[in-house]
Design a protein around this ligand. Structure first.
Ligand SMILES: NC(=O)c1ccc[n+]([C@@H]2O[C@H](COP(=O)([O-])OP(=O)(O)OC[C@H]3O[C@@H](n4cnc5c(N)ncnc54)[C@H](OP(=O)(O)O)[C@@H]3O)[C@@H](O)[C@H]2O)c1
Length: 213
């Protein structure tokens, strides 16, 4: 299967939560980690998130000049089966190109391209082929919880970075990987730790998924 090289990046509390209870956004990365994330985005052809992240955080998903000098804005990709993205969302602004992936409609208007891929939810394997054909060879998946789980479950992730802030959130806040989760041992996703380093007051883990064949 022809697919982009896929990197997952997220920031977490030490109890594995990536937002506050009720999906309320929380800045978990410190300044050093922000610089790393912006450099990583700048090296990728596209950055992908799920619609719930757009609704919860309204992220720009752009590269800031202060971190990289001359930014090369990656294409923003939103998984949004029912085209719920608000017209005034940051990702709809012409700061970069945006591809909205739905299961219901398709059109192109200025910097926005809406494509159809899948029936109820976006078919990730099919999407990987479409993105590869569009010239996207390196894809950064930035969440949220459901999207990360599904990319891992479909064995599409090549490497993963998790920045741990030294805090605990607790409760039923979204975790690094949500979705359906593993119901039996065989469904657990295993990793090799490639590197771990202190980044300011936090800890960065660089992980390589070890998929069973
Ligand atoms: N700390 C961090 O690094 C970080 C980064 C990003 C997000 N977050 C947090 O993550 C939370 C959101 O996570 P979430 O799990 O609620 O939502 P999400 O992963 O952002 O989005 C999930 C939604 O994407 C759509 N989707 C369509 N096809 C999909 C597919 N094949 N696989 C997965 N999703 C698909 C679905 O909505 P439709 O059915 O409507 O298409 C699905 O409900 C927010 O609280 C946000 O703050 C944290």
């Amino acid at each position: 299967m022809r697919k982009p090289y896929v990197i997952v990046n997220c920031a977490s509390s030490i109890d594995g939560k990536i937002a506050l209870v009720g999906k309320k956004p929380l800045k978990l990365s410190n300044e050093e980690d922000m610089a790393r994330v912006h450099k990583l985005r700048n090296e990728c052809d596209a950055v992908l998130v799920g619609i719930e992240t757009v609704l919860a955080d309204d992220p720009k998903l752009t590269v800031k000049e202060k971190y990289v000098g001359k930014p090369k804005q990656p294409i923003r990709i939103i998984l949004d089966s029912n085209f719920r993205v608000p017209k005034n969302a940051e990702v709809m602004k012409p700061t970069a190109k945006t591809i909205i992936v739905t299961t219901c409609k398709e059109f192109k208007e200025g910097h926005i391209e809406v494509i159809k891929c899948g029936n109820e939810k976006v078919d990730l394997k099919k999407l990987m082929e479409i993105l590869y054909e569009k010239g996207i060879k390196k894809l950064l998946v930035e969440g949220g919880s459901t999207v990360i789980w599904n990319f891992l479950k479909e064995k599409l992730v090549d490497e993963m970075f998790v920045f741990y802030a030294p805090i605990i959130i607790g409760g039923n806040a979204p975790s690094i990987a949500g979705g359906e989760g593993a119901k039996k041992g065989e469904e657990i996703i295993k990793f090799k730790i490639k590197n771990m380093e202190r980044v300011g007051d936090g800890l960065l883990l660089h992980l390589i998924p070890q998929y069973e064949q």
